[in-house]
Write a protein that binds this ligand. Structure first.
Ligand SMILES: Cc1cc2nc3c(=O)[nH]c(=O)nc-3n(C[C@H](O)[C@H](O)[C@H](O)COP(=O)(O)OP(=O)(O)OC[C@H]3O[C@@H](n4cnc5c(N)ncnc54)[C@H](O)[C@@H]3O)c2cc1C
Length: 456
C-alpha cells in the first residue's frame, strides 16, 4: 500500500524546508511529507560553505534591473521578518549584520557607479552612500592599501548588509515546522526519489523502493527539479547549464562584503570578497564561473542525469551557440577557464580578481578551497536562446518545479509563500493570510510579492 499525502516536497535544501515551514504553519493541510535523499538537510547549495552567504537586497547587485532589485529587496525583507521572530540565540546562529559595498575599479566602472547612483536606485535604497577612495579607506582600509594612486576607485556602500548561514536557516525552518503541536509535517531523510508518474488525480512517487502518493508534488530539488519536470514530459524547451563556483580563501582582510561591478543582465555576480560567517579568521573570494557536467557539485555520478536533463538537440545547440558566443558571457567563461589552469590559475585569479579588491594580497596569502562552492543551475530558455536571470518556477497541474540559482536562498520564503498560495488554491485548502501578513508579508510595501499570490 502506498503512503498517502496531500503534499509531497522533494528536497531538503532551503527551498524545500521553507515550503514545509509555510505549509505546516500557515495552512490547514492535513498531511505533508518532505523527502530528502541525503542524511541531513542543506548539504548541497544551501550549505554555508557552498554559497556566498549573502542576503541579497538588489542594492549592490549591478547586474540586476530596477524591477529585479525591487523584487529581491522584498524577498530579503521577508527573510528578515522571519529572522526577527526568532529567539536571540537562534537569530545569532543564523545571521549577522555587516557593511557591504559595490566597488568600481578603473574609469569605466567608476563612471558606471556614478550612473547607477544617479538612477532610480537611490529612491529604492536611500541608505546607499557614494564614496571616493579616501572614504573607502575608512571603512575597508585593505581596499585602498598599496593601491596605485593612478587607479581610480569609487563605491556605493550600505550598512544594511546581512550575512546568512543558509544551512542554519534551513534547519530553523525544519525545527519550527516540526515543533508545532499536532504538526502535519513528516520528514524522511536518506530517501531518494527515483520516479514520478501521474495516476488519475494523484501522483505516485517511488523512493528507495517504496511508493508514496500525493495530490500535489513540489520539487525543490535544485538542478534535479528540471530532471523530474522532463521525466513527466514538461519543459522540453528548457535546458540547464550547471555553473559551478569555486572560492579562494585568505586571512581575514575585509570588514564587510565587497562586491564588484557586473555587467547588466549577466546572471552571475562578479567575483566578490566576503567575510565567512562560519570562520571569522578568513576572507572568501569568489565564486568563479565554470561549467560542470554534473547536477551536483562533487557528485560525479550525477553526470548521467545531467545529460538527460540537458536533453541535447538542435534548439539546445542553437541556444548554446547564442549564449557562448555572447561577447560578455564568453569573456567571463574564458577568463574563468584560465583561473582553473594548474600552476598559473591561482596567480591569474589573484591578479585579475583578488587584487582588484585587496591590492596588497600576495600569492602566498590565498588558496583554493576545493571543499567550497556549489552549482548554480542556470536555465537556458531555448525559445529565447538565452540564459534566464535568477530562479525559475514551473507550475503545472498539481506540480511545482523550483530551479534555484542565485539568489535562490534569499528568495526562499517569498517562493514558499507563492507556492503555498498556489497549492492551497489547487487542493482547496485554507491559507491563513492574516497570519502571514502579521508575521512575514507587509501588503502595503510588498506589492511585487502580493501580485504573485493567488486569491490574496
Ligand atoms: C557559488 C554559489 C553562490 C551562491 N551565493 C548565494 C548568495 O550569496 N545568496 C543567495 O541568496 N543565494 C546564493 N546562491 C544560490 C543558493 O545557494 C541556492 O539558490 C539555494 O541554496 C538553493 O536551495 P535549494 O533548496 O533550492 O537547493 P539545494 O540546496 O541544492 O537543495 C536541493 C535538495 O534536493 C535534494 N534532492 C535532489 N534530488 C533529490 C531526489 N531525487 N530525492 C530526494 N531529494 C533530492 C538534494 O539532496 C538537496 O538537499 C549561491 C549558489 C552558488 C552555487
Amino acid at each position: 500500500m502506498a503512503d498517502s499525502y496531500d503534499v509531497i516536497i522533494v528536497g531538503g535544501g532551503i527551498t524545500g524546508a521553507s515550503l514545509l515551514y509555510m505549509l505546516s504553519t500557515y495552512t490547514n493541510i492535513g498531511k505533508v511529507l518532505l523527502l530528502e535523499k541525503y542524511d541531513s538537510f542543506a548539504t548541497l547549495n544551501s550549505n554555508a560553505s557552498n554559497n556566498a552567504q549573502t542576503l541579497h537586497f538588489g542594492d549592490i547587485e549591478t547586474n540586476y534591473s530596477i524591477e529585479k532589485a525591487k523584487e529581491t529587496k522584498e524577498e530579503a525583507e521577508i527573510v528578515l521578518r522571519y529572522l526577527n521572530l526568532l529567539p536571540r540565540k537562534e537569530y545569532d546562529s543564523i545571521t549577522k549584520k555587516c557593511q557591504k559595498m559595490v566597488l568600481g575599479v578603473g574609469d569605466d566602472e567608476v563612471e558606471r557607479i556614478e550612473k547607477i547612483y544617479e538612477s532610480e536606485i537611490k529612491s529604492i535604497f536611500p541608505g546607499l552612500k557614494k564614496m571616493n577612495a579616501v572614504e573607502i579607506s575608512k571603512y575597508e582600509p585593505n581596499v585602498t592599501k598599496k593601491r596605485s594612486v593612478e587607479e581610480e576607485i569609487s563605491a556605493l556602500k550600505s550598512d544594511n548588509g546581512q550575512m546568512v548561514n543558509f544551512r542554519n536557516l534551513t534547519q530553523s525552518f525544519i525545527k519550527r515546522a516540526k515543533i508545532k503541536k499536532n504538526s502535519s509535517a513528516r520528514i524522511k531523510l536518506n530517501t531518494k526519489v527515483t520516479e514520478i508518474k501521474e495516476e488519475g488525480d494523484r501522483y505516485i512517487i517511488t523512493a528507495n523502493g517504496n511508493t508514496y502518493t500525493a495530490k500535489f508534488v513540489a520539487f525543490c530539488a535544485g538542478s534535479y527539479s528540471l530532471y523530474f519536470a522532463k521525466m513527466l514530459g514538461y519543459e522540453k524547451n528548457l535546458s540547464v547549464l550547471c555553473i559551478g563556483g569555486n572560492f579562494y580563501t585568505s586571512p581575514n582582510v575585509l570588514r564587510g562584503k565587497v562586491y564588484r561591478v557586473q555587467i547588466g543582465g549577466i546572471p552571475f555576480a562578479a567575483v566578490h570578497g566576503d567575510p565567512d560567517i562560519t570562520n571569522p579568521k578568513i576572507t572568501r573570494f569568489g565564486p568563479t564561473v565554470t561549467i560542470y557536467p554534473e547536477l551536483e557539485r562533487r557528485h560525479p555520478s550525477t553526470f548521467f542525469d545531467y545529460i538527460k536533463t540537458f536533453d541535447f538537440d538542435i534548439p539546445t545547440a542553437a541556444s548554446l551557440r547564442g549564449i557562448l558566443f555572447d561577447k560578455d558571457i564568453s569573456r567571463i567563461l574564458w577568463k574563468n577557464i584560465l583561473y582553473d589552469m594548474p600552476v598559473t590559475g591561482t596567480g591569474r585569479f589573484l591578479k585579475d580578481e583578488v587584487n582588484k579588491i585587496v591590492p596588497s594580497l600576495k600569492i602566498s596569502d590565498i588558496k583554493l578551497a576545493p571543499e567550497m562552492g556549489g552549482v548554480r543551475p542556470q536555465v537556458i530558455d531555448e525559445n529565447k536562446r538565452a540564459l534566464v536571470l535568477g530562479e525559475s518556477k514551473i507550475k503545472e497541474h498539481g506540480l511545482i518545479f523550483n530551479i534555484t540559482p542565485s539568489p535562490g536562498a534569499t528568495s526562499c520564503l517569498a517562493s514558499a509563500i507563492e507556492d503555498t498560495s498556489y497549492i492551497c488554491d489547487y487542493i482547496g485548502a485554507k491559507l491563513d493570510i492574516k497570519a502571514v501578513e502579521r508575521s512575514l508579508v507587509d501588503r502595503d510595501t510588498m506589492q511585487i510579492t502580493v501580485r504573485k499570490l493567488k486569491n490574496w
